[in-house]
Design a binder for this molecule. Structure first.
Ligand code: N2P
Length: 365
């Protein structure tokens, strides 16, 4: 076959275009700990031939520090929509998602998409992955032994009432290691707006936290799973699915520890965690393939079945095990959902004041 100069030019241009599209078969994922099924990555690798390196974190602040310093090297990350992804989008951290490469997008619950559009206008940068609420995990036997049958297990008083906290100190209380969760919970306990940006309210929340500070054994955002399951803590302010994983681990271990999760009557923070692609991701095409893989009902149902966090994928619900789908601690019923609130970005001056208050609290000054 004779190929003229135009033919050579076309062949050359096509070769350049396909080289750009065909990335090296690698992908770097940075996700929350205990937030994926044990075989999700292996199945994606087997199906696509893409080799995945997979790292974990247990707090939005850790992820944010890496993203804002640039060149994290990650292709897919999982920030909470609000306030974290919202302000990261404003800082130019993410690529716009090419929805033509995400046929599974149609499976997403329009209600959740609308909710996260407050953080990501037009749903341009993030695909909702799983969601959580923040509540109280507790060891039923130890809590009732310390406080009697009237223990306020459905209330933030279990943690924030100094008299209760003092009695629970010996069996161990832990709080999440983030001001973004702990201050709103303290505000809610005091009957104030958990989303208050008033510096006077912040002072009151700090004072309430300082009263219980001597009784807090740990500030940690993932260790409480094993600690609760092993009987080494009796109360934790923690994420819903993590506490339920603790409950399940204790049951599997057969160690008689009985863990329960409650959404406190004063309200609880709800977070939707988002799949996003950093602007400088080395493998953005592979990232889209991975995100679309997670948008498949069978794949995300397996994730929920493993980690007990609800997903926003409507056709996946039928594939979630009935004992999970019908567990009110995982998929809260309407009367509990009404108690959930979503955090919003705060003015920088408030963030700075809260960070200072947090440092004072933790250092015990
Ligand atoms: C996973 C915690 C994820 C919930 N360990 C945070 N929204």
């Amino acid at each position: 076959m004779k190929v003229g100069w135009l033919g050579f030019w076309l062949l050359g241009a096509a070769a350049v275009a396909s080289a750009a599209a065909a990335e090296e078969p690698r992908l770097s994922v940075y996700n929350w700990s205990d937030y994926i099924a044990p075989d999700t990555i292996a199945k994606f690798e087997a199906e696509t031939g893409i080799k995945v390196s997979y790292d974990v974190y247990d707090g939005n602040e850790v992820l944010e520090a890496k993203l804002l310093s640039g060149r994290s090297g990650y292709d897919v990350v999982v920030p909470s929509a609000s306030p974290f992804m919202a302000r990261q989008i404003a800082a130019g951290v993410y690529r716009v998602l090419d929805k033509s490469k995400l046929p599974g997008w149609r499976n997403l619950d329009p209600f959740i998409l609308e909710l996260v559009a407050a953080a990501d206008p037009g749903n341009e940068h993030g695909a909702p992955y799983l969601w959580s609420d923040t509540g109280i995990g507790y060891d039923e036997t130890q809590v009732h032994a310390a406080l009697g049958e009237a223990a306020p297990v459905d209330s933030l008083a279990l943690i924030f009432d100094p008299a209760a906290a003092e009695k629970l100190a010996a069996c161990g209380i832990s709080l999440l290691d983030t001001p973004q969760e702990v201050f709103p919970a303290a505000l809610a306990y005091l009957g104030l707006d958990p989303k208050s940006r008033d510096l006077g309210d912040l002072d009151k929340a700090l004072a309430a936290l300082q009263k219980i500070r001597p009784y807090i054994r740990k500030f940690h955002s993932s260790q409480y799973i094993n600690d609760l399951a092993g009987g080494d803590l009796c109360v934790a302010l923690g994420y819903s699915g993590d506490v339920i994983q603790a409950r399940n681990r204790a049951r599997e271990a057969g160690n008689k520890v009985q863990i329960a999760f409650r959404v406190p009557k004063e309200g609880a923070m709800m977070s939707v965690d988002m799949l996003g692609i950093p602007a400088d991701a080395p493998h953005p095409e592979n990232a889209l393939r991975f995100i679309d893989h997670l948008l498949r009902p069978a794949v995300i149902a397996d994730v929920t079945n493993a980690v007990w966090y609800p997903n926003p994928n409507l056709p996946a619900t039928a594939l979630v095990k009935p004992e999970i789908r019908n567990d009110p601690a995982v998929y809260p019923p309407e009367e509990i959902r009404r108690r959930l609130y979503v955090d919003l970005p705060a003015p920088p001056a408030y963030e700075r004041a809260r960070t200072r208050a947090w440092t004072r609290l933790k250092s015990g000054r």
